[in-house]
Design a protein around this ligand. Structure first.
Ligand SMILES: Cc1ncc(COP(=O)(O)O)c(C=O)c1O
Length: 399
């Protein structure tokens, strides 16, 4: 043998002794039932898989709030679902209006550009929600065939709160609306049919509290008609929706499906259906508002003003003289809690998606955060923060 085996250590010598509490921008903690499902292998074709897939589609329709959308999955990150939505709807020369609030909505625009789309960018001011009038003006000016937009920009914690109005306006102009709901789905309202959304994209590792790497998307009837009529060749084989339809709707082979990941998604979706969406939205909103209140009572400032503030991921300004990286390191080493930095912004981000929105998780995260701030020279009132968190959670009201 010319190449000897490498010298490696077992995983338990790499992983921390105790699992870290994942309170960043995803992946998030997963329920035990999801973890168990993720450890099972079954045949990727056949009756058992067919039953699982049918249930996954039915539950996804509930979570997307749609009756007829074509539901597909993809073995890949949420970015693969973004790419699948974009590359099937955008052909060379297709006019695309990309509403950009930050990093991930810019990624959608870049994907459309790489598909040969004629991409027009509508850049929204930092920290602001896209306003219906400004998007409508761009829609009238450009008459695009496709519009891309994000419901929540995880990167800078901005929420497009007028997505329903914006989506309906585009829909009325026969423009197909592609929505990235990766960090928001099942954490807040999303109504695919009622809002006239044509393609919705999500990942597993955020609101759904499943694993990263297996993602879901849905196409409206109009979007699916466009895909069926498409003449331009598809450069991507794995992401070709008409081929994926073979597996997701015709019990047949496209590629070997990520069976364990689909089983994990099944359980994550089933837990959402059991909880019901209204109860889940309330749990998320209350938990996030309590965390935000606690952070502010400590004396910290949040990045985004309430009108545009995302609940699913909270962005916190780092006080002068404090190193965000050191705070994160301290939280991780001393308290075994992980949170996220940001894409070039001087903020820290705490996630509020799925299993992160549990009282035990936010108390631990807020305490670890405040204490690590103090240890790194931040002047925060930790007891006041914890007291406010307790007060809002006990009150149970969202305002
Ligand atoms: C809003 C949004 N869109 C897309 C993505 C991309 O997801 P992934 O990293 O799974 O490709 C993310 C990931 O953080 C996200 O937050």
């Amino acid at each position: 043998m010319r190449h000897p085996p490498p010298s490696v250590v077992p995983l338990d010598r790499i992983l921390p002794d105790e699992p870290l509490l994942m309170m960043g921008a995803g992946p998030v903690p997963i329920p035990a039932k999801v973890a168990h499902a993720n450890s099972i292998i079954i045949n990727h074709l056949g009756d058992t898989m067919n039953r699982v897939v049918e249930q996954v589609k039915a539950m996804t329709r509930y979570v997307f709030q749609t009756n007829n959308a074509q539901i597909l999955g993809v073995a890949g990150p949420a970015s693969a679902a973004m790419e699948m939505a974009v590359c099937n709807l955008v052909e060379p020369g297709t006019k695309v209006l990309a509403v950009i609030n930050g990093y991930f909505s810019r990624r959608l625009a870049e994907m459309a550009r790489r598909c040969g789309g004629d991409v027009v960018i509508l850049e929204i001011e930092d920290g602001c929600t896209a306003m219906p009038e400004q998007v409508m003006a761009a829609l009238h000016r450009e008459a695009p065939t496709v519009m891309t937009i994000v419901q929540g920009e995880t990167s800078n914690t901005v929420w497009n709160r007028y997505l329903p109005e914006i989506s309906l306006a585009a829909h009325e102009m026969d423009c197909l609306v592609v929505v990235d709901a990766v960090c928001t789905l099942s954490t807040m309202r999303f109504d695919m049919d009622e809002w006239g959304v044509d393609a919705v994209i999500t990942g597993g590792q955020k609101g759904l509290s499943s694993i990263p790497g297996v993602s879901l998307l849905g196409f409206s009837e109009s979007a699916w008609k466009r895909i069926e009529r498409r003449n331009a060749p598809m450069a991507h084989w794995c992401l070709d929706a008409r081929l994926a339809d073979q597996f997701w709707n015709k019990n047949s082979y496209h590629y070997t499906a990520p069976v364990s990941g689909i089983l994990a998604l099944h359980e994550a979706l089933r837990l959402i259906c059991t909880e019901t969406l209204p109860a889940r939205f309330h749990r998320h909103e209350l938990s996030s508002k309590a965390l935000q209140g606690g952070l502010q009572a400590m004396g910290l400032e949040l990045l985004v003003q309430p009108v545009a503030r995302l609940n699913s991921v909270v962005g916190i300004q780092i006080p002068d003289g404090v190193s965000g990286d050191e705070v994160r390191r301290h939280m991780s080493q001393v308290y075994k809690v992980e949170i996220a930095g940001a894409f070039g912004l001087n903020i820290l981000r705490i996630g509020q998606m799925g299993e992160q929105c549990r009282a035990h998780a936010i108390f631990r995260a807020l305490h670890a955060f405040g204490s690590s701030m103090v240890a790194n020279g931040g002047r925060v009132d930790l007891p006041a923060g914890v007291a406010e968190l307790e007060r809002i959670l006990a009150d149970g009201q969202v305002t």
